[in-house]
Design a protein around this ligand. Structure first.
Ligand code: URA
Ligand code: SF4
Length: 241
């Protein structure tokens, strides 16, 4: 370490020690501890793996500023759908329309995803759960960066822990890569079963890719049928979106 530079761990330790002392002084003087939301208190008391519900988790995130994407967002897009869904779709991150609406997959790609779910798989969109790796829109829809994915991934992990679906379907390269924790070659590796937190994971193309390459719909339908068979859903062979 250079002379005069500050060791960040030491600095944090000092800050925490100082804060503890301030809080203890307040308590000794009969003052209330600093106001924390009930979900934050629960989190502090019971540790990181402890959200009872998606609402609790959303509460805990608040107006999240844990990575630089907060600066460009209009709305944090947490995710939507059934908290008891057997199937969770994971996209990359909100686009412009999702950012405006505060809901995932509501633009053109979202309409196509909805068709795949409803016309193809015979489910209702509200029956499944849909979310993204990063919850805030990257500027100009660029790919989320490594530090942004790292900051936001714990929230996706918590969502999956709470929902405990039977299948995760990742949409596109970025979400497969984020959950599998390695480089992912979507054209070569999609359509095969992987696993995340012991939950079977099926990676397929992103619906935005299908808008540009309609012929890839056939492969997505193959992947969707694998999911349907795994879930014991009836597969209608003509059920293409
Ligand atoms: N693309 C994504 O990856 N997620 C959305 O929510 C919308 C578009
Ligand atoms: Fe927080 Fe995730 Fe938004 Fe970053 S992208 S500010 S970590 S919610």
């Amino acid at each position: 370490m250079e002379r005069g530079s500050i060791d960040p761990v030491e600095e944090l330790r000092e800050v925490v020690t100082h804060l503890k002392k301030l809080i203890a002084d307040d308590r000794d003087m009969g003052l209330e501890p600093p106001a924390l939301s009930s979900s934050t208190l629960k989190y502090l008391q019971r540790g990181a793996s402890s959200f009872d519900s998606l609402e609790d988790l959303r509460d805990f995130m608040g107006e999240c500023k844990r990575c630089k994407l907060w600066r460009g967002r209009t709305n944090l897009v947490f995710g939507e759908g059934s908290p008891t869904s057997r199937l969770v779709f994971v996209g990359e991150g909100p686009g412009r329309e999702e950012d405006m609406a505060g809901e995932p997959f509501v633009g053109e790609a979202g309409k196509l995803l909805t068709k795949i779910i409803e016309n193809g798989m015979g489910l209702k969109r509200s029956e499944v759960y849909i979310c993204n790796v990063v919850k805030c829109r990257p500027p100009q829809n660029r790919d989320p960066e490594k530090d942004e994915i790292e900051a936001c991934l714990p929230f996706l992990e918590q969502q999956l822990k709470i929902i405990r679906p039977e299948v995760i379907c990742t949409l596109g390269r970025i979400s497969a890569q984020a959950l599998l924790g390695r480089e992912f070659k979507i054209s070569r590796e999609r359509g095969n079963w992987f696993s995340f937190m012991d939950i079977p994971l099926m990676p397929t193309y992103h619906p935005a890719y299908l808008l540009r390459n309609p012929s890839a719909k056939r492969q997505v339908w193959e992947d969707a049928k694998k999911i349907m068979r795994h879930l014991g859903l009836e597969v209608r062979e003509n059920g293409q979106a």
